[in-house]
Design a protein around this ligand. Structure first.
Ligand code: ITT
Length: 197
């Protein structure tokens, strides 16, 4: 199936291509008038509400175009830091832009509790209906920025199920075996095989 991923984040697109490509689904970025979509995100602390708002907006954007009847994928994700009561969470993208990874490390410089988790919620709308899938990846925030791979918070996130390296030090194949997005996309691909479950 051809799936249009409505996102402005190239890192998400390459991870989705890698994860869903081998299952026979073709992922393409949703481009409208030469641009990726820019979403108006609702004031909500819940990834699911934000992701659903993205789906509604993406559907509006493709009305009247040749993509109108195509499958659309959206995703909302973020990093939730335990000692900051889950912040930045749904605001992860904004916080990354404003203070960067070094800003996060300085906020946590005296903090012993480094626990954090990445979470992702995906919605995929096809002719069969709307499929939802979630993924969580537990880990901790490193003491220093390490690695140049991945995107966003990857150079300061060490997954619990890894070998002590940050996601920024892992190939995208390695990351996708452990990551929140990998888990959510795997869930979607399984639902596509058995849509009634
Ligand atoms: P779209 O809304 O257009 O999809 P976005 O990057 O703004 O793109 P979100 O609103 O879902 O997406 O924000 C997700 C942010 O959370 C992302 O920009 C990173 O800062 C962080 N993040 C989520 N998943 C991540 C991952 O796998 N690796 C690193 N950072 C991640």
């Amino acid at each position: 199936m051809q799936i249009f991923f409505a996102t402005s984040n190239r890192g998400k697109i390459s991870e989705a291509k890698e994860k869903l490509g081998p299952t026979g689904h073709e992922i393409s970025p949703l481009i409208i008038d030469g641009m990726p979509p820019k979403f108006i995100e609702p004031q909500s602390e819940h990834l699911e509400e934000v992701a659903f708002a993205k789906l509604s907006q993406a559907r509006q954007m493709v009305l009247g175009s040749e993509m109108e009847d195509c499958a659309i994928l959206v995703e909302d994700s973020g990093i939730f830091i335990e000692s900051l009561s889950g912040f930045p969470g749904v605001f992860s993208s904004f916080v990354e832009d404003k203070i960067g990874l070094s800003g996060i490390l300085s906020i946590l410089s005296e903090e012993e509790n480094r626990s954090a988790e990445y979470r992702a919620t995906c919605f995929l709308e096809t002719k069969e209906g709307i499929f939802k899938s979630k993924g969580i990846c537990s880990g901790e925030i490193s003491r220093a920025i390490s690695g140049e791979l991945g995107f966003g918070y990857d150079p300061i996130f060490i997954p619990v199920e890894g070998d002590g390296r940050t996601f920024g030090q892992m190939s995208s194949e390695e990351k996708s075996q452990l990551s929140h997005r990998g888990m959510a996309l795997k869930g979607l691909s399984e639902m596509l095989i058995r849509p009634s479950k």
